[in-house]
Ligand binder design. Structure first.
Ligand SMILES: Nc1ncnc2c1ncn2[C@@H]1O[C@H](COP(=O)(O)OP(=O)(O)OP(=O)(O)O)[C@@H](O)[C@H]1O
Ligand SMILES: [Mg+2]
Length: 301
């Protein structure tokens, strides 16, 4: 049986009459990387803030490690590391000194500093002042801070925001290493599917406060339906004929993409019998990006 490190039931947050998070049931399995995906304003940060006890839910309950945050808040939060905004640090202090401050607050052993520096690969620059760090290095320092005290669960809210491709790659490699090497479960939010797709084992898609999909990456991929693509000449005549025959399509330049489920053989027959040339007909799988966009667009009322 799967063990859920995070389990919410009808988690809801209203700001006034505005439903920022609407009856969300998150299921984050132990040992995985859960990609929490949604466009701007979807409700990701609000959900994460509720998980961390920073925002009080309007309704619903949430359990971390099987314990309710309402009754065991301190005990739970000791087992969680998080990075929810840009990391806070002192620019005039070194990476090591910054970690030393957090270490003292948490009351964990001094060896922890070298351990977390090693994990985020900042050991070589630990004596450098943080103001000289790149944004990617600062972000890794933030993750190092979150890893102090050996959390079992790491919650990262858009950790790659604003990073360049090299910085994104470093964070990605780091995140992928966490469950494998250290047994840490990760929840990471993002608004970019391609980023999540590369790291996550599980995905939750949220839009306008509602969880629209939750499952493994493979389950999401199984939603990839294929579209029939047609290359016919003259194209304008083909478009006109298909419209007359009650098909809807999207003009993709070289190709005509048929909307909905259609039979390629029928399309072919209709075009050919009207004297048009059919140069190609094939099925093209929708990209995951397309599925994500369609899911989040559909929900726009
Ligand atoms: N304290 C607040 N008071 C009123 N409305 C809020 C508050 N916090 C968030 N909201 C609103 O709730 C909605 C969800 O916000 P949230 O920050 O959770 O989204 P998000 O998915 O993290 O978006 P982003 O990708 O922009 O970070 C937004 O419409 C936001 O304006
Ligand atoms: Mg946010």
């Amino acid at each position: 049986m799967t063990e859920w490190l995070i389990e919410t039931s009808d988690l809801t947050k209203k700001f006034g009459s505005f439903l920022a998070v609407n009856h969300v049931n998150l299921r984050v399995p132990k040992g995985g990387i859960y990609g929490f995906l949604g466009p701007n304003g979807a409700g990701k940060s609000t959900t994460i803030r509720m998980l961390l006890g920073l925002v009080q839910p309007t309704k619903g309950d949430l359990k971390l490690f099987g314990q309710s945050i309402r009754t065991d808040r301190m005990e739970i939060l000791r087992r969680v590391g998080s990075l929810v905004e840009s990391p806070s640090y002192y620019g005039h202090l070194t990476a090591y000194e910054n970690l030393e401050i957090t270490r003292k607050i948490l009351g964990v052993s001094k060896e922890e500093i070298d351990r977390v520096l090693e994990i985020v690969r900042l050991t070589a620059v630990k004596k450098k002042k943080v103001k000289q760090f790149s944004l990617g290095m600062k972000q890794r320092l933030g993750i190092a801070q979150a890893l102090l005290g050996k959390p079992e669960l790491l919650i990262l809210d858009e950790p790659t925001n604003g990073l360049d491709p090299a910085g994104i790659l470093e964070i990605r490699d780091l995140i992928i290493s966490l469950p494998k090497k250290y047994g840490i479960t990760v929840l990471i939010s993002s608004h970019i599917l391609s980023e999540i797709e590369r790291v996550a084992t599980h995905i939750g898609i949220i839009n306008k406060g509602k969880l629209l999909f939750q499952g493994t990456l493979d389950e999401l991929r199984s939603k990839q339906t294929a579209a029939v693509m047609v290359q016919a000449a003259p194209k304008q005549e083909a478009l006109k004929l298909l419209k007359e025959n009650k098909y809807s399509w999207t003009d993709k330049g070289e190709f005509i993409q048929m909307d909905g489920v259609v039979k390629p053989a029928e399309i072919n027959r209709q075009l050919v019998s009207s004297g048009l040339d059919v140069n190609a007909i094939f099925m093209e799988k929708k990209s995951l990006e397309r599925i994500f966009l369609e899911m989040t667009e559909e929900a726009v009322e």
